[in-house]
Write a protein that binds this ligand. Structure first.
Ligand code: GTP
Length: 598
C-alpha cells in the first residue's frame, strides 16, 4: 500500500485505564470484527493474560478505515503491555510506530506508568494524541485530567479526545485524529529490504513467528532473507497480518507491519531488534536495534518431587522459546536437590512463569526467595557477579559489594505522601525530588536499592496509599553497601535454599521477623524444631516449633472406613506441598516467607 495511506500507532496507558477495552472498540468500529465475533479483549490472547487482564506479549492488528475524507487508510495498532516489568516491550513497540494514543482514565488522572511511557514516546519522536477515557463515570473530571496531562507530561491537552471506551462514545473521533495527526511512515518500497524485528515467539506448529516493521523495500513469500547480526539465512514460508484473525498476504512493503514465518527453528537466531534484509540485494546497514533485556530478579526453581526435575527442565526450555526475557541455568541445593537458577524481569514476571509451569505443565514447584545481582570485589582484586546466596563468598575475603539501585517515580495523592515517605525511608531510599504535578497529586523521585523492591515493596506501597499510588522505575546504577548473607537453620542445620542477602543494619530485625513467620508456617512435628537465623556462626534470632503427637484417625471412633480414608487422603494431600528437609517437613510457603516480612 502507498505509505501515505498507512498509519502505525500504539496505545500507551497505565494498567486498567482501558487500553484493551478501547482496542476492542476500535476493531469494532473499523469492522475488523463482527459483533458476533466480538469477545471482550480480543487482543489479550493467552488465557492467563485474560485472567489477569495483563497484556504480556505485544501484538499488532491491522484495521482498514474509511475516513471522513473518503479515503481508505490502513491503520496498524501495535499493542503494548502496561506493567513496569514489561516496559522494555513498550519501548520496542514504540520503535515501530509514528504515533501513540496516550490514554488517561478521567477518574484517576495521570499515573506513574503513563508518564514513563509518554516520555518514552516523546523521546522516540512520536506524535502523541491525548485520549481521556471513562468519561461516562460520575467521578470523571475532564478539566482536571487535562490540566494534569499539560502539567506533568507537558503536552497540550485542549484537543484531547474525550471518550468512553465502554459505551463507545466519541471513539470514532480517535480514528480521525490518527489519520490527520499521526504522520505516515517514511520509507521507500523500491529500496533494498530493511525490516526491524520487534517481537518473536515460538508456535509449536509453525516454529518461530516474527513480528516485523518493514522500514524500506518489500518482503514477499518465498524470499531468501538473512539476519544482519549473525548472517543466518532463511526462506520466508508465509506472510500475514492479524485483523485480529491471522490473514495471509503476498507481501509486506515499506511502512507496513506484519508477521512472517520462515524456516527458523530457534528464537535465539532472530533476536528482537535485529534487522532483516534480502540475501541477493542486501541493505547497506542494520537498523539501530534495541538494548539487551536484563534480568533484574533471580530465584531458584525446584520441583517438590525430585523425580520431576527433567520435566521442569523441558518446561523451562519450552517457555524460554516464547520468552526471550527469561533465562535459567542449572543449580543444585543441598536441601532441595537439582533445580534451576532463573532470571526474571521482575516479580510479576516470576509469578507468571511460576503459574504457567504449575498450570500448563502440572508441576509442583518450590521457589526460593527472589534476590538481585551483586558485583563483588574481593580482597585479592578479583571481581565476582553473584545472584545466588549459596555462592556468596567468605566475608573475610570481600573488599566491596556493589548493589543495584533503581530510580523510582511514585505518583500519589498528597494525603499519602507521609506514609510513603516513611516506607521508602525504611527501604533505604534516598530522596531526589518531590513535586506537585497538580493541586493534589505529588510525584516523589527516589533512589532505592532494587533488593528492597523485589521483596514486598509493591504490596506495601499499595497498602500505605490505599491503592492511590503508582510506581515506575528503571535501573540507575549501584551503591556500595554492607550486605551480609543470612542463613536459616532448621533443627540446627543450615538450609541453603532459605539463605538471603540483606543489608547489615536490617539483618537483626529481618532475622527476628523471619524466624517468627517460619514458626507459623512450619507445622508442628513429632519433635521440637528450632528455627534460627544466623550470620556466619553468629545466631541472631531463634524460635521453636513445639512438638505434637497427632493421630488423625484417633478422632474417628466408629468404624467408618470411608471417613478414615478421606482423612488420610487429606493428610497425604497436605504432604504433597511439603518438602522433607532432614527430618522436617517444610511447606512451600516457607521458602517465600521472606517476601512477607519486609
Ligand atoms: P491492562 O490490560 O491490565 O493494561 O488494562 P487495560 O488498560 O487494557 O484496561 P481494560 O481495558 O482492561 O479496562 C480496565 C477496566 O476499566 C475494565 O473493567 C473496563 O471495563 C473498564 N473500562 C474501560 N473503559 C471504560 C470506560 O470508558 N468507562 C468505564 N466506566 N469503564 C471502562
Amino acid at each position: 500500500m502507498d505509505p501515505s495511506h498507512i498509519r502505525n500507532f500504539a496505545i500507551i496507558a497505565h494498567i486498567d485505564h482501558g487500553k484493551s477495552t478501547l482496542s476492542d472498540r476500535l476493531l469494532e468500529i473499523t469492522g475488523s470484527l463482527t459483533s458476533r465475533e466480538m469477545q471482550a479483549q480480543v487482543l489479550d490472547a493467552m488465557d492467563l493474560e485474560r485472567e489477569r487482564g495483563i497484556t504480556i506479549k505485544a501484538h499488532t492488528v491491522r484495521m482498514m478505515y474509511k475516513a471522513d475524507d473518503g479515503q481508505t487508510y490502513q491503520l496498524n495498532l501495535i499493542d503494548t503491555p502496561g506493567h513496569v516489568d514489561f516496559s522494555y516491550e513498550v519501548s520496542r513497540s514504540l520503535a515501530s510506530c509514528e504515533g501513540a494514543l496516550l490514554v488517561v482514565d478521567a477518574s484517576q488522572g495521570v499515573e506513574a506508568q503513563t508518564l514513563a511511557n509518554a516520555y518514552l514516546a516523546i523521546s522516540n519522536g512520536l506524535e502523541i494524541i491525548p485520549v481521556i477515557n471513562k468519561i461516562d463515570l460520575p467521578s470523571a473530571d475532564i478539566p482536571r485530567t487535562k490540566e494534569m496531562i499539560e502539567k506533568s507530561v507537558g503536552l497540550p491537552a485542549d484537543d484531547a479526545v474525550c471518550v468512553s471506551a465502554k459505551t463507545g462514545l466519541n471513539v470514532a473521533d480517535i480514528l480521525e485524529a490518527v489519520v490527520h495527526l499521526v504522520p505516515p511512515p517514511k520509507g521507500d518500497p523500491e529500496a533494498p529490504l530493511q525490516a526491524l524485528i520487534f517481537d518473536s515467539w515460538f508456535d509449536p506448529y509453525k516454529g518461530v513467528i516474527i513480528l516485523a516493521r518493514i522500514i524500506n523495500g518489500r518482503l514477499r513469500k518465498g524470499d531468501k532473507i538473512k539476519v544482519m547480526s549473525n548472517g543466518r539465512q532463511f526462506d520466508v514460508d508465509s506472510i500475514g497480518v492479524m485483523t485480529p484473525k491471522p490473514v495471509v498476504l503476498e507481501e509486506l512493503s515499506a511502512g507496513e507491519v506484519g508477521f512472517f514465518v520462515a524456516t527458523i527453528k530457534n528464537v535465539a537466531d532472530t533476536k528482537v531488534g535485529d534487522t532483516i534484509t534480502h540475501v541477493d540485494r542486501p541493505c547497506a546497514e542494520a537498523l539501530p536495534g534495541f538494548e539487551d533485556i536484563k534480568s533484574m530478579v533471580f530465584a531458584g526453581l525446584y520441583t517438590v518431587d525430585s523425580h520431576a526435575h527433567g520435566m521442569l527442565r523441558d518446561a523451562l526450555e519450552k517457555l524460554r522459546l516464547n520468552d526471550a526475557s527469561f533465562n535459567f541455568e542449572p543449580e543444585s541445593s543441598v536441601a532441595l536437590g537439582f533445580g534451576f537458577r532463573c532470571g526474571f524481569l521482575g516479580l510479576l514476571h516470576l509469578e507468571i512463569i511460576q503459574e504457567r509451569l504449575e498450570r500448563e505443565y502440572d508441576l509442583d514447584l518450590i521457589i526460593t526467595a527472589p534476590g538481585v545481582q551483586y558485583n563483588i570485589t574481593m580482597t585479592d582484586g578479583s571481581k565476582l557477579v553473584v545472584d545466588n546466596p549459596s555462592r556468596w563468598p567468605d566475608p573475610s575475603e570481600i573488599e566491596q559489594i556493589d548493589e543495584p539501585v533503581i530510580q523510582a517515580k511514585i505518583l500519589t495523592n498528597e494525603e499519602y505522601v507521609g506514609n510513603i515517605l516513611k516506607l521508602v525511608e525504611d527501604k533505604r531510599g534516598r530522596q531526589q525530588n518531590i513535586e506537585y504535578v497538580s493541586e493534589t497529586r505529588v510525584m516523589l523521585t527516589y533512589e532505592l536499592p532494587l533488593n528492597e523492591i523485589v521483596l514486598d515493596f509493591y504490596d506495601r506501597l499499595k497498602s500505605v496509599s490505599r491503592g492511590y499510588a503508582s510506581l515506575d522505575y528503571h535501573l540507575a546504577g549501584t551503591w556500595i553497601s554492607p550486605m551480609v548473607k543470612m542463613d536459616i537453620l532448621i533443627g540446627g542445620d543450615p538450609v541453603d535454599a532459605l539463605s538471603i542477602i540483606v543489608h547489615r543494619d536490617s539483618a537483626y530485625d529481618r532475622g527476628k521477623v523471619l524466624v517468627e513467620k517460619m514458626r507459623e508456617l512450619i507445622p508442628r512435628q513429632m519433635f521440637e524444631v528450632a528455627i534460627q537465623a544466623a550470620i556466619g556462626s553468629k545466631i541472631i534470632a531463634r524460635s521453636t516449633v513445639t512438638a505434637i503427637r497427632k493421630n488423625v484417625i484417633a478422632k474417628c471412633y466408629g468404624g467408618d472406613i470411608s471417613r478414615k480414608r478421606k482423612l488420610l487422603d487429606k493428610q497425604k494431600e497436605g504432604k504433597k506441598r511439603m518438602k522433607r528437609i532432614g527430618k522436617v517437613d517444610i511447606p512451600q510457603e516457607a521458602f517465600l516467607a521472606v517476601l512477607k516480612v519486609g
